[in-house]
Every structure is written in structure tokens, then in C-alpha cells.
Unconditional design. Structure first.
Length: 377
């Protein structure tokens, strides 16, 4: 079986949320010891979790992981990034040392990191690699998983970033990561990235998916002056208009990156293996949009973390039909929005599991019947 056929067979397995479990969860929420709806979106989250797991109550999301896909982008040759490409190498290594933004949070909260080299351009010392996404004990490894396709993509300003086959291969790496997390007992995961130049590639992919103009989706990324921003906008505009791109995989291949492909695969894997998954910021949201194009049901398994500072973020979220949990003006990437979001989702699940119903708490709830009946909240 060729890779593309395998991919579409796998993503065709994504099933709908469990409607019976969601109804039971909603009924319980309405009769917990509180005014109906008073926990707002926390209630919605607990109901969605029930639909994913098939359990109205008793869910556990405390075993968590952030999958970080790392790769380089040939378009940095055009001067679209403020940071040198060597930062991709340094930070990929630093994830394993727990020195970065997301990895420091992960260390504090005891969250796993699944760090995968999908196409880092510079050489990573062999002793830092592992060939398996699970260690000898069946746990997420501390080392970098070696799935390097090439030493970065090609320069999308001059040629297609990758072949269609490479794009499919990278998506399958994301599916592999989701499967590994499922086997490791992960109950909630997030999707992050590392790759200098990937706000350019993600902007190009979003423009290709939505038809939005380059100036609507291209931001300053890690920091660009006005001249650099104008150049970045032109490069994205020219690249998106250079080819006839008919389907999501072709769009990824022409103007995307290995990291975005693998991230999209991880989101699809969340649907296949029925694990709730958290979107980080702009790049993560674009990868989620790609996943939705390949199977719209996958959005049912997604939670949006923070409102990214990047200009194209809202276009991506509108495409997904999701709403971010919080706005802290974050724009780091890496998956750094996922740990705080994990804790909010934990709160939602805890309220469902531990709060008593009116009857269980010996509260006369007759006064709430009119409120509940007429939706007065």
C-alpha cells in the first residue's frame, strides 16, 4: 500500500463524538449543585471530553504531553526571519534539557514532551537521538526522535518546498506520534513546533487554504522591521499565486513545511485514537486547519488554547469554528499555550467528577426549575 492510500484509509477511521455520552454529561451538568450554566465554557469542555471518551463522568486527563515537531525551512534564505537557522538546532536540543518556554512549563507540571526531528537542517549529535517514539518502558522518550526527511525544505520562493510524497510522509509521522502517545497512556496532548521561518510557511498555507490575501495572514513572526515584513508579504503572495494547488496535500507540498505536515498528522491522530488535543498558537492553528481539510470531524477533538498575537490567527480559528480559552498576548510558539490550557481542561473535568448533584448534596433545587425550563441564565 502506498503512503497516500494508507493515510486516507487511516483518517477515514475518525468517528463522530459519542452523542449519548454528551447528553448524559449535559444532563448531569444541569443538575450539579450550582445554577445551570454557571461554570460557562468549563461545562462545555467537560461535555466535549465526554463525547471524545464515551464517558459522561469519571474522565481523567492528567497524563499529558506536548508533541513538538521540529524542522527548517528553505525560505529563510530570503531574509524572512529575524533569528538565524541555528536557533532551530539549539532549541530542538534544549527541549530535551527543559530549557525552553514550553519545556520549562512541562518540567514544572510533569508534562511529557515528544520532540521529533522531521527535518532540522543542521546536524544533531547522534547521542541525542532515539529511533523510537517510546522508550524501553513504553514511556515518552527524553531524547529527540529521529524522523528527519531532509535537511530542511527547499526555498518556496524559488521552487516547491517539498514533493507530495515528502508531505504525505511527514503527515504520517504525526499520526505515528499520536499512536505512540496513546500507547504511552497519554490522555490529553498538545501540538507545538520549532522551525525558523515557519510563520512564513504557515501564512502561505493559510492563504492557500482560505484564499485570504497575504497581508491578512502575514505577521512579524519572531520580530521583523517594516521592510522585512513587506518582503515577507510579497514572498507569500508570489508563492501562493505561483502554482495551481488543488488539494490540501498539494498546498502543503508547495508552500508548507515538514513541521506543519507532521503537526496536521498529529491532529488527525487525535481523532483516530480519540484523544483530546490542544492547539497552541498561529502555526499550530494552521496545521489544525489542514487536518480539518483532510477530515472535518477532527475538529471535534480539538481545544484552542490562547489567542495568538499573530495577525492571521483569527482567520484560522474562524476556519475551525473554535474559540480560544484565554488571551495572554502570547506569541512564542513551541506549544507554550498548551500547558496552561491543560490545566483549564483539568479544571473542567474535575468539576464534573467531584461536584455533587443537587440531590446528592441534599439541596432543594425546585427554585432552579423555572431557570432551567426557560433557559434564564
Amino acid at each position: 500500500m502506498n503512503d497516500e492510500k494508507k493515510l486516507f484509509e487511516m483518517i477515514g477511521e475518525i468517528k463522530e463524538l459519542d452523542g449519548d455520552a454528551m447528553k448524559a454529561a449535559k444532563d448531569r451538568q444541569d443538575y450539579l449543585a450550582k445554577p445551570p450554566g454557571s461554570l460557562g465554557r468549563l461545562e462545555d469542555m467537560s461535555i466535549k471530553i465526554a463525547g471524545i471518551t464515551g464517558k459522561p463522568v469519571g474522565n481523567d486527563v492528567t497524563r499529558q504531553c506536548v508533541a513538538v515537531m521540529c524542522s527548517d525551512n528553505g525560505v529563510v534564505e530570503e531574509g524572512v526571519a529575524s533569528a538565524p537557522q541555528s536557533v532551530t538546532l539549539s532549541q530542538t536540543i534544549n527541549f530535551t534539557r527543559r530549557y525552553t518556554g514550553v519545556s520549562s512549563m512541562a518540567k514544572y507540571f510533569g508534562i511529557d514532551l515528544l520532540v521529533t526531528d522531521v527535518g532540522v537542517a543542521m546536524e544533531i549529535p547522534q547521542e541525542l537521538y532515539t529511533d523510537s517514539m517510546l522508550d524501553d518502558q513504553g514511556k515518552i522518550p527524553v531524547k529527540i526522535v529521529n524522523r528527519r526527511i531532509a535537511n530542511g525544505t527547499r526555498n518556496l520562493a524559488k521552487e516547491a518546498a517539498m514533493t507530495r510524497g515528502e508531505a504525505v510522509r511527514a503527515i504520517l509521522i504525526g499520526l505515528e506520534a499520536a499512536e505512540a502517545m496513546k500507547k504511552a497512556g497519554i490522555q490529553l496532548f498538545g501540538v507545538g513546533e520549532m522551525g525558523i521561518g515557519n510563520t512564513t510557511t504557515s501564512s502561505a498555507v493559510l492563504s492557500a487554504l482560505t484564499g485570504a490575501k497575504a497581508e491578512q495572514v502575514v505577521g512579524r513572526g519572531g520580530g521583523l522591521n517594516d521592510e522585512g515584513l513587506a518582503k515577507k508579504i510579497k514572498i507569500v503572495d508570489d508563492a501562493v499565486n505561483s502554482w495551481c494547488m488543488n488539494d490540501p496535500i498539494e498546498k502543503l507540498a508547495k508552500v508548507g513545511g515538514y513541521d506543519i505536515c507532521a503537526m496536521a498528522g498529529a491532529f488527525l491522530g487525535a481523532g483516530i485514537y480519540r484523544i483530546p488535543v490542544v492547539i497552541d498558537g498561529f502555526i499550530s492553528a494552521v496545521a489544525a486547519c489542514v487536518a480539518k481539510e483532510l477530515n472535518p470531524r477532527v475538529v471535534d477533538f480539538m481545544f484552542a488554547s490562547h489567542k495568538s498575537y499573530e495577525i492571521g490567527y483569527q482567520i484560522a480559528l474562524d476556519r475551525l469554528g473554535l474559540e480560544p480559552m484565554f488571551d495572554l498576548r502570547m506569541r512564542l510558539g513551541e506549544g507554550s499555550g498548551c500547558p496552561p490550557a491543560f490545566k483549564i481542561i483539568e479544571t473542567a473535568v474535575a468539576s464534573m467528577n467531584l461536584m455533587k448533584t443537587l440531590e446528592e448534596a441534599s439541596i432543594d433545587g425546585d427554585y432552579l426549575e423555572e431557570i432551567r425550563r426557560d433557559n434564564l441564565f
